[in-house]
Design a protein around this ligand. Structure first.
Ligand SMILES: O=P(O)(O)OC[C@H]1O[C@H](OP(=O)(O)OP(=O)(O)O)[C@H](O)[C@@H]1O
Ligand SMILES: Nc1ncnc2[nH]cnc12
Length: 238
């Protein structure tokens, strides 16, 4: 299995990314840790530049991370199986594993970005740490009404509702290369809105990187640049 996996999304597939039906109607015990499937599904070819040691390290980090995720059924609304990533941050070793995995992933797969853009709120948990490791800037995309000064705004729909995102007008300079990061891609609405904001400011979206992809929702079809995720899938425990 490749340590890095990505596909370039096809903008024309966006209709396929509608809201989702959900995977198995199991009722998992939320106190039991679950395993999202490690690795990535489609189109995951290693490039010759990828170092075997780094790939092994990445695979081992992904296994640790997947075992830390928990699921809560019917949160925040009925029918949603909520993936809780917070146990990762309760344990410094797991926290470090997440930042290290993203650092490996991004540094092997992309040219160096100028700016990491993280999405409120869970993209703020690791976006700044990743930016620091890579030696690049960080800019937040926030929910409407939280950022001072001139802002660009984009509305979007997500797996469980709709919202507005904003970015400060001077957060990205025209021509800057941007990597957008968040914890989860579900329907892709949030990430697509963030990409639209970066492009409104003249930024170049190198790609999107996530901890977890709920692939049955086909969110990556909404994104028109490279998409990378450490873990894929949603698996309920009986
Ligand atoms: O792919 P989508 O269907 O758009 O869903 C993914 C988004 O949903 C969650 O954020 P949420 O809006 O719940 O905000 P939070 O991080 O503040 O909890 C998650 O952190 C992603 O940002
Ligand atoms: N099922 C889910 N669990 C956690 N965060 C989400 N964001 C969108 N869908 C989600």
């Amino acid at each position: 299995m490749s340590g890095l996996a990505h596909t370039r999304s096809h903008p024309n597939d966006s209709q396929a990314a509608a809201t989702g039906s959900h995977p198995p109607a199991h009722k998992p015990d939320p106190t039991v840790q679950h395993a999202a499937q490690g690795g990535l599904s489609a189109a995951s070819a290693s490039s010759p530049s990828q170092q075997p040691d780094a790939l092994n390290e990445l695979e081992s980090l992904k296994l640790k991370l997947k075992s830390a995720l928990r699921q809560f059924p019917d949160f925040p609304s009925p029918g949603i199986l909520f993936e809780d990533i917070l146990p990762i941050f309760a344990d410094p070793a797991l926290h470090d594993a997440l930042v290290r995995a993203l650092e490996l992933h991004v540094s092997q797969a992309y040219e160096k970005p100028d700016v990491i853009v993280g999405l409120e709120a869970r993209g703020f948990l690791f976006g700044p740490s990743l930016a620091l490791r890579l030696g690049v800037g960080f800019a937040p995309v926030r929910k409407k009404g939280k950022l001072p000064g001139p802002c660009e705004t984009a509305g979007y729909q997500k797996e469980y509702g709709e919202d507005f995102f904003q970015i400060q007008a001077d957060a990205i300079k025209p021509g800057q290369k941007v990597l957008i990061v968040d914890d989860i891609i579900a329907t892709g609405g949030s990430a697509a809105a963030a990409g639209a904001l970066v492009k409104k400011l003249g930024g170049q979206v190198l790609g999107y990187a996530f901890l977890l992809e709920l692939d049955f929702l086909k969110g990556r079809a909404k994104l028109d640049a490279r998409v990378d995720t450490l873990l894929t899938g949603q698996m309920a425990k009986e």
